[in-house]
Design a protein around this ligand. Structure first.
Ligand code: ADP
Ligand code: MG
Length: 370
């Protein structure tokens, strides 16, 4: 919660009447934190995305989480980061019990990556996948250079414009990195389970940019597999799936891991070989791509490749070179968003749904997910 003056400071070219300025066209997203609409500026006709600030749980004032998201978005200006245009509110009156709603207004992007991957008609060539990953790593490199962690990397939070420009979006869980000396303790309950790196699952609270790199690795593999590669049902199950792909988690490959809070408390599979390349080869084929995937999906966060080195990887500097996505996207005239797409995955896990329970043979489960 925050005082009114703090909000006013934030609410720069403030727009006081959202519905007078913008015409809502369609609902395109329903996240944990509210609805997102496609809308049009009535005067300029520019398309925007309006993200509603959820105030329901707030007794008074503006939610601190939204303030954090706005502050971070205001700091970050880059071609590969979604641009916040302004904050807009609805006029308060008797029809809304004198409570106005706030919207974050963004530049509109035609697709999100989850929507694109869920459509079998959308086919990416190797050069196009390179272009997606190069832009994704470029955006991440920029935010990490500005000491911001995204903390919610996943395909639905990656937007792509019709001109083939990728934008990192959803800074709802993002936060600023503080200097190591001050012994920062961040929450480890971040990042959607399927994209959560092993250090977070083991209880690490002094993590860094490498948590986003793990997510980038999961997304990269998904460019070929078309659905998330490790769909765990619980934190324990997620660690099992990680061990089956990346090998057993042990001090041999990750010095010091045995000192982590949950290392002894969770059951970690023993004797698993690392099979990243072997398991992804049938989908990926390209040797450079397999090599980069192997380096992004490194168990030990201190040895995981950073964005700068990843951008210098041979993958991006050998034929086929990263290819403009525009011609491919121009063949698809409808917007593709996760919210509008048929379920691409076995879905968020519901205790009631037996199909989502862990399989008896975890290996068999793993194969099905791919
Ligand atoms: P949440 O925190 O609710 O997940 P997001 O910012 O991720 O909020 O928005 C939810 C969805 O809305 C995204 O997955 C995407 O499909 C869509 N969306 C968000 N911002 C934009 C935008 N600028 N242009 C187009 N679609 C967007
Ligand atoms: Mg989101």
């Amino acid at each position: 919660m925050s005082s009114g003056s703090q909000v006013e400071e934030l609410v720069f070219p403030n727009c006081e009447n959202a519905s007078e300025k913008y015409e809502k066209l369609a609902k395109i997203g329903q996240g944990t934190f509210g609805e997102v609409f496609k809308a049009r500026n009535r005067e300029t006709k520019a398309l925007v995305a309006m993200k509603k600030v959820l105030m329901e749980n707030e007794k008074e004032g503006f939610p601190i989480t939204a303030i954090r998201e706005i502050k971070i978005l205001q700091l970050l200006r880059h071609e590969n980061v979604v641009q916040l245009i302004e904050i807009c509110r609805t006029r308060a009156g008797p029809y809304n019990r004198f409570k106005s709603t706030f919207f974050l207004i963004f530049e509109f992007c035609e697709h999100d990556l989850a929507g694109l991957l869920s459509n079998a008609n959308v086919k990416f060539t190797l050069g196009e996948i390179k272009k997606v990953m190069q832009q994704l790593l470029n955006g991440l490199y920029f935010i990490h250079s500005n000491k911001i962690l995204h903390r919610d990397m996943k395909a639905a939070n990656i937007l792509i414009t019709k001109n083939g420009v990728l934008k990192l979006a959803d800074f709802g869980l993002a936060r600023a990195l503080v200097s190591k000396g001050s012994n920062p303790k961040y929450t480890n309950r971040v990042v959607t389970l399927w994209y959560r790196p092993p250090e977070l699952l083991l209880g690490e609270r002094m993590y860094g940019p490498s948590i986003d790199v793990w997510g980038a690795g999961c997304i990269m593999a998904e460019m070929w597999t078309r659905s998330p590669i490790m769909q765990g049902n619980t934190e324990q199950h997620q660690l099992q799936l990680i061990s089956q792909l990346c090998g057993s988690i042990s001090p041999d490959v990750w010095p010091g891991v045995h000192k982590m809070e949950l290392y002894d408390k969770l059951e970690l599979p023993k004797g698993q070989k690392r099979k990243v390349k072997e398991r992804l080869k049938p989908y990926v084929r390209d040797q450079y791509a397999l090599d980069l995937l192997d380096k992004l999906l490194c168990l030990d966060p201190s040895k995981r490749m950073d964005c700068d080195s990843a951008l210098n990887h041979d993958l991006f500097w050998t034929d086929p070179m990263p290819t403009d996505l525009t011609p491919m996207l121009s063949r698809h005239t409808t917007s593709m968003f996760e919210y509008l797409a048929p379920p691409r995955r076995r879905g968020p896990i519901h205790p009631q749904a037996p199909a989502h329970k862990p399989a008896h043979n975890p290996d068999q489960h793993f194969e099905r997910v791919f």
